[in-house]
Unconditional design. Structure first.
Ligand SMILES: [Zn+2]
Length: 234
């Protein structure tokens, strides 16, 4: 990849309650959905706004994962979400962090499938709640040159993923969609929602006319290095 390297810091953060009616009906911020066990989970509310394909390709969440790798969808995704600007839950950067660790553990590149990253609640594969709808799951179909189709390969990489952290969940090898996986490694972190620190949570969960509210994530890491010690965050 030769594109410009930028960072997640600098991406616009939106409160999905401030988006237009169509986008709110697709993204369903704050709504409760049931998982396959009947447990209820609240959908994310804060999203990164990706202005263009170029931005999606060039915005790196970690050294090896650009944001576009989590937003590759085919026609199963709502049409509006296939146009720019596009939206992805802010927790995506936590997923990228774990995939970066996973990549290091594998010692090879990690490739997320089409429809294998963020899937909106309106995606045709979104029947029950899955962490894909939170931006905290990835379906990996290839590692290095190894296409993951066999039980041996999937078991091996599932084990490497689980060894990373108690936070990581995988699906066992098998043929039942949503319950196990026979052509990818599914890695998820559960139903994590991320509230960017630039956001103030004092708002009711309803759109406010005339007052769209956006924030930009502040540049933090580089700035912190130049701060005096008593100004540093703990
Ligand atoms: Zn999955």
């Amino acid at each position: 990849m030769s594109s410009v390297v930028t960072e997640a810091q600098g991406l616009k953060v939106v409160d999905a309650f401030d988006l237009d009616d169509e986008l709110r009906s697709i993204l369903k911020p704050g709504e409760m959905v049931r998982d396959s066990q009947g447990r209820r989970h609240r959908l994310p509310r804060y999203f990164y706004e990706i202005p263009s394909h170029e931005a999606a390709m060039s915005t790196r969440l970690t050294p090896h994962f650009a944001i576009n790798e989590f937003t590759l969808n085919d026609l199963k995704e709502a049409a509006r979400l296939q146009q720019y600007p596009r939206y992805v839950p802010c927790a995506i950067r936590i997923l990228a962090f774990y995939l970066e660790q996973f990549r290091a553990a594998c010692g090879a590149s990690v490739h997320v499938a089409v429809n294998g990253g963020y899937r909106s609640p309106s995606h045709k594969l979104s029947h029950n709640a899955t962490p894909h709808m939170w931006g905290t799951a990835a379906d990996v179909y290839r590692i290095g040159s190894n296409i993951l189709k066999t039980k041996e390969a999937i078991d091996k990489y599932n084990e490497l993923a689980e060894d990373l952290s108690e936070d990581v969940n995988v699906l066992p090898y098998g043929h039942v969609t949503g319950r196990d996986a026979d052509d990818h490694v599914h890695i998820d972190l559960g139903y994590i929602t991320l509230v960017p620190r630039e956001i103030s949570e004092d708002r009711m969960e309803q759109p406010q006319e005339n007052r769209p509210r956006f924030a930009f994530e502040e540049r933090r890491r580089k700035d912190r290095r130049t701060l005096a010690p008593d100004e540093q965050e703990e």
